[in-house]
Design a protein around this ligand. Structure first.
Ligand code: ZN
Ligand code: ZN
Length: 323
């Protein structure tokens, strides 16, 4: 199969995986959601019930499956980088700071990942119920006073939501994240924002080093000035497609890794920007989603960019009512 088609298929497969993941975790909407919903109905007729139960439990009950998958993917990417790319780029004598930057970023990322997984997102309990009720005012549009959670049997603070996966109401609920097997709420949203940022930067630094390495290979080997004899026996000057094909055949795993990183940067970068935008406007994903369905819904609890960031990075400081 022509390498270009193989690569396009690979990219298509990655995009499909991301779309299916968003659908199963309840984050897709619009036409794509309809298509995936019909595909899910068709697959449910074919897939054995134990497999369907297994997939459903990964998304709808607390499970370490995605935490492990996350760590496996990290390990595979860095094993490939260390085992195959590092010794080439050390030979090329690229700037050492650029070469080792991905290791620094992934260390930071793993720390924030751990904090996201282990930090209490802000569970509302009998002990802290009255404290949580005093943090935000009710807007009586999205959040109503005297609203009791039928599962926890506790009063629901403004901006909170009951998470069916974690089994409790979460203060300033953002969403439940299967990758960290935890809710994202008032107390760990800061770690989640830094986790997303560091993961995007890790992928970007890896992609940058690999791109610089491949460019160096092309320049040092004078590949663009080379000629080759085609199947008809004619001598042809190497085109860009030929050079890419040559790189693909010489370093197949590195080129596939680069493709994976570009897709990751595209999706993850977009999602990171979106969550940071919500952070500086003091809205949660839950509120953003609700506001789309309620005409005239208030625009959130903004107190200015610095005030909003302070609220996220210093949660529960002073229990004055905020609007
Ligand atoms: Zn609840
Ligand atoms: Zn949860």
């Amino acid at each position: 199969m022509d390498f270009l088609w193989l690569f396009i298929l690979y990219v298509f497969f990655l995009v499909l995986c991301v779309s299916v993941f968003c659908f199963l975790s309840g984050r897709s909407s619009g036409r794509l959601h309809g298509v995936l919903h019909r595909a899910e109905q068709a697959l449910s007729l074919v897939l054995p019930s134990w497999l369907q139960r297994g997939i459903s439990s990964c998304f709808h009950t607390r499970s370490h499956a995605f935490v492990l998958l996350h760590l496996v993917l990290d390990t595979l990417v860095f094993a490939e980088y260390t085992g195959e790319v590092l010794h080439y780029i050390l030979e090329l004598e690229l700037n050492w700071a650029l070469v080792y930057l991905p290791y620094i970023l992934i260390t930071l990322n793993l720390y924030f990942f751990y904090k996201c997984c282990r930090t209490d997102p802000g569970r509302v309990t009998k002990q802290n119920e009255s404290l949580c009720l005093g943090v935000y005012e009710y807007d009586e549009v999205m959040f109503f006073r005297s609203n009791k959670c039928p599962t926890c049997h506790l009063m629901k603070p403004a901006r909170s939501k009951h998470c069916g996966v974690c089994g409790s109401c979460i203060q300033r609920f953002d969403h439940h994240c299967v990758w960290v097997n935890n809710c994202i709420g008032a107390r760990n949203i800061r770690f989640f924002l830094l986790y997303l940022l560091s993961l995007t930067l890790t992928a970007a630094s890896l992609a940058a080093v690999i791109t610089v390495f491949l460019l160096q290979v092309v320049l040092l080997s004078h590949m663009m000035a080379a000629a080759y004899v085609d199947s008809g026996g004619h001598e042809e000057i190497a085109s860009l497609v030929y050079v890419i094909q040559h790189l693909f055949l010489t370093f197949p795993r590195i080129v596939f890794l680069l493709g994976f990183l570009f897709i990751l940067i595209l999706f993850l970068g977009g999602y990171t920007c979106f969550l940071w935008y919500l952070a500086i406007t003091n809205r949660t994903t839950n509120e953003w989603y609700k506001a789309r369905r309620i005409p005239g819904a208030p625009k959130g609890y903004s107190r200015g960019i610095l005030g909003n960031l302070k609220e996220i990075f210093q949660p529960y400081t002073g229990y004055k009512k905020k609007r």
